[in-house]
Design a protein around this ligand. Structure first.
Ligand code: HEC
Ligand code: HEC
Ligand code: HEC
Ligand code: HEC
Ligand code: HEC
Ligand code: HEC
Ligand code: HEC
Ligand code: HEC
Length: 246
């Protein structure tokens, strides 16, 4: 053995020692590791046990319904998609022991402004305010019910929220058409527009009611539905709120 080693070039001998030390370390580490890190099945079992032993902290909104009317109030309003515990904190314990454990009640303005302060990255149409200009110094909840924050005046005109479309239509040849000739708009759309949608015409025949050569309406220009842009929906070529082609 000694002879064999001395025969090898000096570097190879050192390399061999490094290699042996490395293997020894790997074996040692493997020997010291707990079984749960070596065996996949034990590992999964342990993880499941750890997760199961964690305390459940959220109760879920349905649970609140059995004791609080706020559940029914919130159900159809603007805050429909917010969970109770978004605002009141984790409440599993309160649900089981309501007199001992008190929920958070976020009455301060800067709580609401986390979601409602103006921020250009928020989607257009999301209700935003400028906190320093919007009734400063007063609690938001003195004017808005947090469980049903309908705006104090529900807008009646489509124009209040769709100003640009209304202005466009007003100077187009469709000026005489009411929005509701083409859109079915449930009353609730004006209160919760994202939850209750207005309809949009589905097919070419809808425009054809007034514009097809078969239409009985006199004062409109006519096209033959079978040959005029036949492969496409009318509004792929004509913007319905400004339909004339330049
Ligand atoms: C088993 C019935 C029960 C359940 C379930 C329950 N609560 Fe309550 N809650 C009560 C009672 C009773 C009080 C009044 C406690 C008091 O004033 O001593 C209360 C008080 C509150 C208050 C007012 C605290 C204050 O300081 O004025 C809030 C907010 C509240 N609950 C939210 C919730 C939410 C959110 C849920 C669902 C996650 C929920 N509760 C589930 C019974 C319940
Ligand atoms: C947007 C945040 C928000 C959400 C979501 C919310 N709350 Fe509240 N809640 C508040 C605020 C703020 C108050 C305090 C209102 C006040 O002082 O006028 C309050 C008050 C309460 C109170 C006490 C009422 C009183 O007069 O003392 C109860 C009970 C309550 N909420 C239950 C609920 C339940 C149940 C849900 C879910 C169905 C819920 N809340 C969802 C913000 C919220
Ligand atoms: C976690 C985010 C969040 C918090 C916190 C929150 N809101 Fe809202 N709020 C929303 C969402 C989402 C809507 C629905 C927006 C929509 O329909 O487009 C909404 C809608 C509203 C509206 C209706 C505005 C309109 O005319 O379109 C008002 C008013 C309002 N919230 C007031 C409040 C007040 C007051 C508080 C504090 C008690 C509060 N919000 C806290 C997310 C939040
Ligand atoms: C003095 C009463 C009052 C207070 C306080 C108040 N608001 Fe309002 N808020 C109104 C009125 C009235 C409107 C509807 C007219 C308007 O847009 O100004 C409104 C509208 C809103 C809207 C809808 C804006 C939109 O463009 O759709 C939001 C969101 C809102 N408020 C959130 C808040 C928040 C958040 C606070 C607290 C930081 C707050 N409000 C405090 C009276 C109030
Ligand atoms: C309170 C404000 C408000 C009023 C009033 C309102 N809308 Fe809307 N409307 C919205 C918002 C916000 C959206 C966008 C919803 C979304 O993107 O999910 C919308 C979407 C629409 C859409 C598109 C629906 C879709 O599926 O893409 C149509 C069509 C529409 N509104 C028609 C009308 C008509 C017609 C009126 C009047 C009778 C009207 N709206 C009144 C706020 C309003
Ligand atoms: C001649 C029928 C017609 C009239 C009148 C009309 N719309 Fe539309 N509207 C449509 C059609 C068709 C679409 C679908 C367009 C598309 O998908 O490209 C549409 C789409 C919309 C949308 C979705 C966003 C967009 O720009 O595509 C909104 C919001 C809307 N209309 C609101 C209104 C409002 C508000 C009025 C009244 C001021 C109105 N519409 C009048 C036919 C009409
Ligand atoms: C209730 C009847 C009615 C409906 C439905 C209707 N329109 Fe019209 N449209 C009119 C009237 C009235 C005019 C103005 C008279 C004219 O120029 O034909 C007009 C004008 C037009 C024009 C301009 C014609 C020109 O000569 O410049 C086009 C294009 C048009 N509409 C397309 C559409 C499309 C696309 C739809 C379906 C989204 C539609 N219309 C639905 C009544 C209607
Ligand atoms: C592929 C694009 C396209 C489609 C789809 C289309 N149009 Fe047109 N439309 C045009 C063009 C371009 C013109 C102007 C040139 C012309 O008169 O053919 C026009 C003109 C019109 C005119 C005015 C005709 C006149 O005599 O002044 C009306 C009305 C019209 N279209 C209605 C419709 C209706 C209704 C539909 C759906 C059934 C529709 N269009 C689908 C491209 C289209």
């Amino acid at each position: 053995m000694k002879k064999f080693l001395t025969k090898l070039p000096e570097q190879a001998g050192r390399l061999l020692i490094v290699f042996i030390v490395f293997i020894a370390l790997v074996l040692l580490v493997r020997f010291l590791l707990p079984a749960s890190l070596k065996d996949h099945n034990i590992h999964i079992q342990n993880t499941v046990a750890t997760e199961m032993s964690r305390q459940v902290r959220y109760a879920g909104s349905e649970v609140c319904a059995s004791c609080h009317d706020e559940y029914n109030l919130k159900k159809n309003g603007y805050h429909k998609n917010l969970s109770c515990e978004t605002c009141h904190g984790t409440l599993k314990e309160h649900s089981e022991n309501p007199t001992e454990i008190k929920p958070l009640v976020p009455r301060q303005r800067d709580f609401c402004t986390r979601c409602h302060a103006f921020d250009p990255s928020r989607p257009t149409g999301f209700p935003q305010i400028n906190p320093s200009a919007h009734n400063p110094m007063k609690a938001c909840v003195s004017c808005h019910n947090p469980h049903d924050p309908k705006p104090p005046n529900v807008p009646q005109e489509c124009q209040a929220c769709h100003a640009e479309i209304a202005r466009t239509k007003a100077i187009s040849s469709h000026v005489m058409l009411e929005c509701t000739i083409c859109h079915e708009v449930p009353t609730q759309h004006k209160v919760a527009p994202r939850n209750v949608k207005a309809s949009i015409p589905a097919e070419r025949e809808f425009c054809g009611k007034c514009h097809s050569t078969q239409s009985i309406i006199k004062e409109t220009s006519k096209v033959d539905l079978a040959t005029h842009g036949e492969k496409y929906l009318c509004w792929q070529c004509h913007y319905p709120h400004m339909p004339e082609v330049e």
